[in-house]
Design a protein around this ligand. Structure first.
Ligand SMILES: [Zn+2]
Length: 643
């Protein structure tokens, strides 16, 4: 205590040349007055929103909007910031440009809130019935500026990027009349109900702002709509709306359509209910438009590779995308974490239950892909091996618990990370998937095979069949529903897996499923295909790095052999054992070193610096696989089998 006082006195003497006893230093100014909080009251009037999306060359979306006002005074307009499904404040406010606000033909000044930069204040004079807005959404023209949403062949219109709405109301209380002008000859898919289409212009049935934002559009020059429920017309119908870079990508084999139909059928069997009037999958086959997988209650935005259908056998690793996003109609949209649900798009969301929202969806996405034949049982097992191995070496689990990773979507904002294995990265998805696998297996074991996580899915997500009104839940509700299926101390079980650090990888599910994670010197077909799709050589489990085609390291495993040599992402392998780099030569060198006393010698480059490193690594090539353990029933096989 005395020592600390002495230090303060010395500092005051040293830095306090201008200090006065009566001036303690700067004090904060009060914050500006708060923006009106959303209220659950009817908005007086209907917002008219007109979108012109015809400027394909410049990728500029022009917006005209009319917002009714109830009298003179200050009104605050909000640009959506917290976007459902993004788990983070991702509204692209920097792309709102050219904002002009008029009333009765006179231009009104606007000012942006100095604290909340997504809020605009306008003083409305007397005699004004509506504000007339004009602005542009200047969408990214290259990926460095954000996700490209407009190409010459297709576009992804997300209305939250092209609307301002009044503060003070729940989003479900604000009616919106939307109309859209598309390029000539384009067709579109959306969950919104079309009231008229005349040439390039379409108008939609009046819907709440909440429903409009939850119903984006894929439009394109090359378009195909497939019915996934030919036996269900009217309410309950599910369709697949496909846009593609080229018309040649659109002929789709009957067996592939059948697998997608089966995916819908298996999902309905699993949940025993639906929470959509009609469901529209929006699917883009493209390497031009930016990738996406975004859930909505009655639709989903899915971006995938051009060869999704035409090179079917190569893309098993992306085949859980549609079942994942479809599952979200139940898990995430209909049943929504209570702290995540917000009344409008400018109230912060809290992510504490994303390990249910995303973790269990990740689980069902894979299971439904296997049950429907989108992937084979073998591919599903190989996929589980990949996830299990990933967490087997995710050393960041030593300091950061799984619960804390639910903040990653906000803290890292999906930017590339230098040390992913140490920093962790939204692990509530795939480590969450392992925890639900574990839960499913434990329910099966404890109930003697009578119950499973399927029963939880029906009990938790299957309620209120036909209702689209979200029902929120808490951690305790999850525990209660699990206990309703099979009694166990689920709260302790889950909290240990969420809150403890430094625990072994959650592989009990694999073991109870009758399998064991092992490493072999050849990759599984799934692993190989995944390497090809990622355009890298994945040596995570041997030298602790992944290498891009040009020899540049694209990931380095914390504490692994490459890390120990001081290597980082960006370093480039120039030569291996005296010969120019090539992935096969590197793999051959790893294999030879296993039976030799010679090191693997690499010449590397990082920037302008060239250097050489010798690896005394003798572990050979290592790739994850699941192998059958005969003493336990093959419960994994049961889970993956069609219902
Ligand atoms: Zn998801």
């Amino acid at each position: 205590m005395l020592h600390r006082l002495g230090l303060v006195a010395v500092l005051a003497f040293a830095c306090g040349g201008h200090a006065h006893a009566d001036s303690p230093g700067p004090q904060p100014l009060p914050m500006p007055s708060a923006i009106p909080a959303p209220q659950d009251v009817a908005f007086p009037g209907v917002i008219n929103l007109e979108i012109d999306a015809t400027d394909l060359d410049r990728r500029i979306i022009n917006v005209r909007e009319s917002i009714p006002v109830s009298g003179p005074g200050r009104i605050t307009l909000l640009y959506p910031e917290w976007l459902p499904g993004n788990h983070a404040p991702r509204g692209q406010i920097e792309k709102l440009a050219g904002l002009v606000i008029k009333a009765n033909g006179q231009r009104l000044a606007w000012t942006r809130d100095v604290v909340d930069v997504f809020a605009f204040h306008v003083d409305v004079p007397a005699g004004v019935k509506a504000l007339d807005l004009e602005f542009q959404f200047v969408s990214a023209v290259e990926s460095a500026q954000g996700r490209v949403v407009v190409t010459q062949e297709m576009m992804n219109l997300q209305w939250n990027s092209m609307v301002l709405y009044p503060a003070g109301y729940y989003a479900r209380q604000i009616p919106v009349d939307l109309s859209v002008k598309l390029p000539d000859g384009w067709q579109f898919g959306t969950a919104l109900e079309t009231t008229s289409t005349t040439g390039a212009d379409s108008t939609f049935k009046t819907s709440s702002l909440e429903a409009v934002v939850d119903s984006p559009m894929f439009a394109g020059r090359h378009f195909l709509k497939l019915d996934l429920t030919p036996n269900i017309q009217g309410p309950g119908n599910v369709s697949l709306n496909i846009v593609a870079d080229r018309a040649a990508l659109l002929p789709i084999k009957a067996e592939h359509i059948a697998a997608h139909r089966e995916m819908v059928s298996q999902s309905l069997k699993l949940f025993g209910s639906r929470h959509y009037e009609r469901y529209n999958f929006l699917l883009a086959l493209t390497d031009q438009m930016g990738g996406i997988g975004l859930e909505h209650q009655q639709s989903s935005e899915n971006g995938t590779v051009p060869g999704y259908f035409s090179e079917w056998d190569n893309y098993a690793d992306g085949r859980d995308l549609l079942p994942h996003e479809f599952t979200h109609s139940w898990n995430g949209k209909f049943r929504r974490p209570a702290d995540l649900w917000t009344p409008n798009f400018n109230v912060p969301m809290r992510n504490s239950l994303l390990w249910v929202y995303e973790g269990q969806t990740q689980y069902w996405g894979l299971v439904l892909a296997a049950r429907s034949g989108l992937i084979t049982k073998q591919q599903a097992l190989e996929s589980i091996a990949v996830q299990a191995a990933l967490y087997d070496v995710r050393v960041g689990r030593a300091w950061k618990n799984l619960q804390d990773t639910t903040n990653d979507s906000i803290t890292a904002s999906r930017r590339p990370l230098p040390w992913r294995s140490w920093q962790r990265s939204e692990d509530y998805y795939s480590e969450g998937q392992l925890i639900w696998l574990d839960t499913d297996m434990l329910i099966r074991e404890l109930s003697g095979g009578k119950k499973s996580l399927d029963d939880f899915a029906k009990a938790f997500f299957g309620i209120n069949d036909g209702s689209t009104l979200p029902v929120t839940y808490t951690f305790d509700d999850v525990v209660k529903a699990l206990n309703g299926v099979q009694r166990h101390d689920w709260a302790t079980f889950l909290r240990a897996r969420l809150d403890d650090t430094g625990e072994p990888t959650p592989l009990d599910g694999v073991a109870r499923g009758g399998y064991k994670l092992v490493y072999t010197d050849t990759p599984s077909d799934f692993f190989k295909a995944s390497e090809a799709n990622r355009k890298n050589t994945d040596l995570t489990y041997s030298l602790g790095m992944t290498v891009a085609r040009d020899g540049k390291l694209s990931a380095v495993q914390w504490d692994g052999p490459a890390f120990q040599k001081g290597l980082t992402i960006g370093a480039q392998i120039v030569a291996v054992n005296g010969t120019a780099y090539d992935a096969d030569r590197l793999k051959d060198a790893i294999k030879s070193a296993q039976k030799s006393t010679d090191p693997i010698v690499m010449i590397l480059r990082n920037g302008d610096r060239f250097f050489s490193e010798s690896f005394e690594y003798r572990g050979g090539l290592r790739y994850p696989r699941l192998v059958r353990e005969d003493k336990t029933p093959a419960r994994l096989d049961q889970i993956l089998a069609a219902r």
